[in-house]
Design a binder for this molecule. Structure first.
Ligand code: ISL
Length: 545
């Protein structure tokens, strides 16, 4: 699939930077990041060259799932600041030519949301905002579905005398999209934020919001019942309504987080003709180092990874390209080498991220090559998912050592440790006690040190972002996979007469290859390319035709 250059929309030409507010920058010493902290770093973000900030949820929330459990969509969580801070962030970002998008979490609310509190009364008009059901005859959950977070997905509420559905944590009841009043509420929330000047939404688990039926599902290892809610026709209808009745009235874009999608489902969700979402995040490349579920890891294989990347580059009209987010371990620890070849690896992954077709989404800290956490016990983890999974594994008598090994490699807290701004205690993130541990390697991997070092990962990102902006072939050119092997991935980008070859080594051994071209970028100190690839080398070659 190709998109004609010259017809690109603004959000197709920008790079999006995801901020996980809790861990980005604390301004008041309470150990939790906040909006004023983000404002204080806008110049840094502007110099990096990103054009859009995606804020993970900053709404009022009891923080069971770090804000993905919202109790008021039109107010700000007190630890993060106030509505005035948020307005200032939007305005100050705009002054620097940066737009802000927000996380729209509408599959579920918090159980502390006033809608849910009211809905616990069976006689309330809000009862039908959520999915309440009687248990089975003879007792037990209404159906055999299982949740995303390794616990039951039904909770029996004594007050109501019924169960409610929660596909995530118990504090995240699912909304009922068979009730049209729910969609009306969501539309007004979207307008509220768009009217304040935001430029769009990242839509959380958006392809599962509509549950076709609540019948038992086919038994599977994970997510029994998911055939009743993954990318159902009802979801497509809702997305079309949100588009025509709300989004079309603003200059904005949407990117949907879409779980368990096939390439066909993915394309249907963001096909411009269908007028639903603009882009989607798919997960298949994130699953290439696992068996069925992420807790069962298998060795990373660059060939498998490259083929999946190519499949999605071809499948969707306009890809959302990412290697990291707040739910995934750090890419340099996962796909390359975070020790001996850390610097080369982090730069090589920067090339992979910034030379694919589509809009790149980077995650805070990725630009300095932050690594997985260095914790050594479960007590150091905060993530609700990690604790639930540990409890589940314990039920199956999995020994403590194995449980910890599984969680250590996969826990979402790997990505959530505070941004390493400097080598000081608190890493320049906070003057207080950070809400989650800071990696000890902040004395080596930090922004301040990389500002001083011309060869740093940070400066490499800045250069590459600059290059991408100048060369439309990198943004919109066709993508063609040339090689995908355990040791390397090679692909070509082409647009009109322009051709670029991207060569990426995923090996700690030197290699020889036959491709040639004019070197325009290297993560080693080289001006020309002679076919010798050093460990984790990345090269962008221009092919003159
Ligand atoms: O994190 C995951 C895999 O470990 C996913 O299953 C994740 O739960 C899924 O991608 C949905 O994620 C989104 O919605 C969740 C929230 O916890 C995540 O942080 C968010 O990105 C519920 O709102």
């Amino acid at each position: 699939m190709s998109v004609l250059a010259g017809e690109l929309k603004w959000w197709q030409q920008e790079i999006v930077y995801q901020i996980y507010p809790r861990s980005f920058q604390d301004s008041d010493g309470d150990g939790v990041g906040d909006i004023r902290g983000i404002i204080s770093r806008l110049d840094y973000l502007s110099k990096l060259g990103v054009g859009v900030l995606w804020l993970s949820p900053v709404y009022k929330s009891p923080q069971v799932d770090n804000g993905y459990d919202i109790s008021d969509y039109c107010d700000i969580h007190e630890e993060y600041g106030t509505m005035a801070d948020m307005d200032e962030l939007i305005a100050q970002a705009a002054e620097r030519g940066i737009r802000v998008i927000m996380d729209l979490v509408i599959n579920h609310t918090s159980d502390q949301h006033p809608w849910f509190i009211e809905s616990r009364d069976p006689a309330s008009p809000k009862r039908d905002y959520y999915i309440w059901r009687d248990g089975r005859e003879g007792g037990g959950n209404p159906n055999n579905w299982t949740s995303f977070f390794g616990e039951d997905c039904w909770f029996y509420d004594e007050k109501s005398g019924q169960y409610y559905l929660h596909l995530f944590a118990k504090g995240q009841p699912d909304l009922n999209y068979h009730n049209p009043a729910v969609l009306e509420e969501i539309k007004s929330i979207m307008r509220f934020w768009l009217d304040r000047g935001i430029a769009g939404f990242r839509c959380d688990v958006i392809n599962i919001i509509f549950k076709d039926s609540l019948e038992d599902g086919r038994r599977r290892l994970i997510l029994t019942g998911s055939e009743h809610y993954i990318s159902r026709p009802g979801t497509h209808e809702i997305l079309q309504k949100l588009r025509s009745e709300v989004l079309d009235n603003y200059d904005c874009f949407t990117v949907g987080e879409t779980v368990f999608v096939t390439p066909k489902m993915g394309q249907d969700l963001c096909d411009p003709e269908r007028r639903e979402l603009d882009m989607i995040f798919s997960f298949e490349h994130m699953e290439t180092d696992q068996f069925i579920v992420k807790w069962f890891k298998r060795r990373f294989h660059a060939g498998r990874f490259g083929k999946v990347i190519e499949r999605w580059q071809q499948a969707v009209y306009w890809p959302a390209v990412y290697l990291e987010n707040h739910d995934q371990p750090r890419s340099v620890s996962r796909f390359a080498d975070d020790q001996l070849y850390w610097r080369e690896s982090a730069k090589m992954l920067a090339v992979l991220l910034l030379t694919q077709r589509g809009t790149p989404f980077m995650f805070q800290g990725e630009e300095i090559g932050m690594t997985n956490f260095d914790f050594n016990s479960l007590e150091q983890l905060q993530d609700v998912e990690s604790h639930n999974i540990d409890r589940l594994l314990r039920r199956f008598h999995v020994p403590a050592g194995i449980r910890w090994r599984m969680l250590k490699r996969t826990s979402r807290d790997n990505a959530r440790t505070p941004v390493q701004w400097s080598r000081e205690a608190g890493a320049g993130f906070t003057s207080g006690k950070p809400w989650l541990g800071i990696n000890k390697n902040h004395n080596k991997i930090n922004v301040a040190a990389q500002e001083q070092d011309e060869e740093s990962v940070l400066n490499f990102y800045r250069c590459l972002i600059g290059l991408r902006k100048q060369r439309e072939v990198l943004i919109a050119g066709d993508f063609k996979l040339i090689e995908a092997k355990r040791s390397r991935i090679v692909y070509e980008r082409s647009l009109g007469h322009e051709r670029m070859l991207i060569i990426l080594s995923f090996s700690d051994k030197p290699q020889r290859i036959s491709y040639r071209g004019d070197m325009i970028v290297s993560n080693y100190d080289r001006q020309t390319f002679d076919g010798k690839l050093s460990p984790y080398e990345a090269a962008i070659l221009e092919i003159i035709m």
